[in-house]
Design a protein around this ligand. Structure first.
Ligand code: FES
Ligand code: FES
Length: 159
């Protein structure tokens, strides 16, 4: 990570937005309740408003800016295609959360709605997506489009 702030009280969210000027990560509640600030730390999803920047010295932090290459990330394109947003404020956090969620699925980490806990392979059903993204709120109510976008992007994992 880039040069850390002098003040150890600076959150990872404020560090990204105000020190590194990476404004893609959004501040919603600033208290761990909405998921708008979700980023990936070494591939694991983290609420950056609840983290201190100094905790992550030497770690790899990926924000929405880091997910797209020259083209949109496939999830970004799918969110557009499936109306997965209206105002878009929650969208960067939603997309980072999905990327982290897929890694959890790949590792075989069960959720509250996983039917077969003994199976090492977890199907990407709409219920799994809803449960695993339940920490990412959308005030515009674009949930059905978000689920469609995720399932269509990772269709092979849903089979
Ligand atoms: Fe971090 Fe809401 S801004 S969870
Ligand atoms: Fe507006 Fe989700 S698209 S809050």
């Amino acid at each position: 990570m880039a040069i850390l702030p002098d003040d150890p009280r600076v959150s990872l969210l404020d560090f990204l937005r105000e020190h590194l000027l990476l404004a893609g990560t959004k501040k919603g509640c600033n208290q761990g309740a909405c998921g708008a600030c979700t980023v990936l730390v070494d591939g694991t999803r983290v609420l950056s408003c609840l983290a201190l920047a100094v905790q992550y010295e030497g770690r790899s932090v990926t924000t929405i800016e880091g997910l797209a290459g020259d083209d949109l990330h496939p999830l970004q394109a799918a969110f557009i295609e499936h109306d997965g947003f209206q105002c878009g404020y929650c969208t960067p956090g939603q997309i980072c959360s999905v990327v982290g969620m897929m890694e959890e699925l790949r590792r075989g980490s069960p959720s509250h709605v996983t039917a077969d806990l003994a199976s090492g392979t977890i199907a990407l059903t709409p219920d799994e997506v809803r449960e695993r993204l339940s920490g990412n709120l959308c005030r515009c109510g674009a949930y059905n489009g978000i689920v469609d976008a995720v399932c269509s992007t990772y269709a092979e994992a849903a089979e």
